[in-house]
Write a protein that binds this ligand. Structure first.
Ligand code: UDP
Length: 237
């Protein structure tokens, strides 16, 4: 059965996607490729992005090394701002209009997060890049993605990962793991399936926002999946 085609969507990119073949940081060629994918896929959609920061700094890892969790989380949020600026730069270079809105006000490099302004940007065809997560420690950018998707009235949240959907076991460890075409939010929570963290899943469930999990590393896949084709798993009520 073909997946529905969504109009206004939020794309969540984890920081790991932006580090490309490296083990850390931002790979400019990868950022340029992802930007091109977004440009190629964008026609006919209103699009916003939430970028992670795990390629630079994760609060939990920082806390494990002795930083206070809250301070480490703020550092993680600042990392997402770097990724947002990198994405913005790459998109603007190829002629895609963008705005970065940061949940932690940073007037020199971005707009502050203002919901109604963000909606207006999207209506005008601009790609809005949400930086600094929710602006609060003890959360993740997955939860920020669910929150912004709800606030923006998005029809779906697209989660770009390095696997082509949600499996009943880790496909890298279990060779005959089965990929779901579709799966319910409650099954994801009950079986602790690796989609997004539980807070993000619950927020999407309660606001009836489907999550489409797909492989963003495969060239051309974003356009296909946005068009309702290609390989992906849809998580919904
Ligand atoms: N973070 C936070 N609050 C938020 C979003 C992110 O404190 O609302 C911090 C948290 O420390 C997290 C880091 O920012 O580890 C980077 O975000 P995340 O780990 O979600 O990035 P991703 O895994 O998507 O690259």
């Amino acid at each position: 059965m073909p997946r529905p085609r969504f109009n206004r969507i939020l794309l969540k990119l984890s920081g790991e996607v932006l580090m490309g073949p490296g083990q850390f940081g931002i790979d400019p060629d990868t950022v340029a490729r992802v930007a091109q994918e977004i440009k190629d896929a964008k026609a006919g959609h209103e699009l916003c992005l939430v970028v992670g920061g795990g390629n630079i700094f994760r609060g939990l890892a920082g806390a494990a090394k002795g930083f206070d969790r809250a301070s480490a989380d703020y550092m993680g949020m600042l990392a997402t701002v770097m990724n947002a600026l990198a994405m913005q730069n790459a998109l603007e270079k190829i002629g895609v209009d963008t705005r970065v809105q940061s949940a932690i006000p940073m007037a020199t490099v971005s707009e502050p997060y203002i919901r109604r302004r963000a909606v207006r940007h999207m209506e005008k065809g601009r790609v809005v890049i949400f930086a600094a997560g929710t602006g609060n420690p003890f959360f993740t950018t997955d939860t920020a993605a669910a929150l912004r998707a709800a606030e923006m009235g998005c029809d779906a949240l697209f989660k770009g990962t390095s696997v082509d959907g949600v499996y009943d076991a880790d496909p890298k460890k279990v060779p005959d793991a089965r990929r779901y075409e579709s799966v319910g939010f409650n099954r994801v929570l009950a079986d602790d399936l690796k989609v997004m963290d539980a807070t993000a899943i619950a927020l999407c469930r309660d606001n009836n926002i489907p999550i489409v999990v797909f492989n963003i590393r495969e060239q051309g896949n974003l356009a296909q999946v946005l068009g309702g084709e290609g390989t992906a798993t849809i998580v919904s009520n």
